[in-house]
Design a protein around this ligand. Structure first.
Ligand code: SAH
Length: 359
């Protein structure tokens, strides 16, 4: 696993870099303006470019009708950073799963989840995942590489264009571990906020927890939502389910979470997968509540979504309700996330690229 350092410049990724080079997605208004000026164009073309790539969703600079014809032709080969749609499938509940092909041929998954007035995009942050959590399909396929900033933003624009609706929320809960690709994830968060126009509080990063990274993230004082995949009420159980827990004690993870809440003033949410007979007993709920007492948080229970490689079971609704009741009695805010998109293999933990290629 590579350790990507959190660089100080991420507090201001929109400060103009010395040299901004395409792909253009991820570029701030200032960077795009500087770039058009380098091409001998007036500064206002930067604003036009920004609008066309982030809001009009143009896929080729040759299609920007606001630009002079000869310049458009010259720009035709400059990459915006858009991926190619490889496959699209729609579940009965309206959830859409996309397989997107990147410039180097790698394929990632993105999910569009409509609900009421919301449109949530579940983005991948890496190709594959190195964490190898026992219950997760993505981990079974191994890790390939980090996603670049433009490859993250492209996922959001793809869903926005497909639904013909503004994306209101983005969750970093697709393939990969966001806090192993921190620099690109942070830059993409800033760009989704400032360029695409999604509210910071509507951006959620989900992490299994990487030593020191939650503490470092807190120093950026972002208004985003952090979700931590806890999944177990004690260290021994967590190690069984999540290999990386062996080198990151639960106590240390929770200490960083407490620090995160103190430093950012933001509530934190914990994700807890429910696996029948493994971590879903009332004693586990009680143990979990004891760990979480005393700092602002929320528990999101995720009943297990089946994957073929392992024989875990999803608990029945009585068991789920019993778990909820114990947490409520312990004054822990709790909700159950019934995953969307199950039939399209688009639910939490089911994202992979191998078995879903077009037929
Ligand atoms: N790597 C990040 C984000 C990716 S997964 C993380 O671990 O948080 C998003 C959520 O789906 C995580 O909480 C993950 O543990 C959960 N998940 C994985 N496999 C699942 C499955 N089979 N059923 C239900 N949830 C699952």
């Amino acid at each position: 696993m590579s350790a990507t350092p959190l660089t100080p410049q991420l507090d201001s990724p929109h400060s103009t870099k010395l040299e901004f080079v395409p792909p253009l997605l991820g570029g701030s208004l200032a960077e795009l303006t500087a770039w058009v000026q380098q091409q001998g164009q007036p500064a206002y073309r930067g604003k036009q470019l920004h609008d066309w790539i982030y809001h009009k969703g143009v896929r080729s600079l040759a299609d920007i009708s606001a630009f002079p014809k000869n310049w458009r032709t010259a720009l035709a080969t400059v990459p915006i950073g858009r991926s190619t749609l490889h496959y699209r499938s729609v579940a009965a509940d309206g959830t859409v799963k996309y397989l997107l092909q990147l410039a180097d041929g790698q394929i990632i998954e993105t999910v569009g989840i409509p609900s009421d007035k919301r449109l949530t995009v579940c983005v991948s942050s890496q190709v594959g995942c190195a964490m190898a959590c026992d219950f997760c399909a993505t981990g079974k396929g191994g890790y390939k590489r980090h996603l670049d900033v433009h490859e993250i933003i492209d996922q959001v624009l793809t869903v926005q264009t497909d639904f013909q609706q503004r994306v209101s929320h983005v969750v970093y809960m697709g393939m990969g571990e966001p806090l192993l690709n921190t620099e690109n994830v942070l830059t993409s968060l800033k760009s989704l906020n400032q360029d695409v126009g999604i509210g910071a509080r509507s951006l959620t990063v989900s992490t299994v927890g990487i030593p020191s990274r939650i503490r470092q993230l807190a120093q950026h004082h972002l208004q985003i939502t952090l979700a931590v995949s806890l999944h177990a009420s004690n260290q021994a159980l967590r190690e069984q389910l999540i290999p990386s827990a062996r080198t990151y004690p639960l106590e240390d993870l929770l200490a960083e979470c407490r620090e995160y809440v103190e430093v950012t003033g933001r509530r934190l949410s914990f994700e807890y997968i429910l696996l029948a007979g493994v971590n879903d007993l009332p004693k586990h709920a009680l143990e979990l509540a004891q760990h979480l007492r005393g700092f602002q948080n929320h528990v999101n229970l995720i009943p297990y979504n089946p994957i073929p490689e392992v024989d875990y079971k999803r608990p029945n609704s009585d068991r789920i309700q019993a778990f909820v009741n114990v947490l409520k009695q312990q004054q822990i805010a709790v909700s159950v996330r019934y995953s969307r998109g199950l039939e399209a293999d688009a639910a939490c933990g089911q994202l992979r690229t191998s078995k879903t290629l077009p037929v």
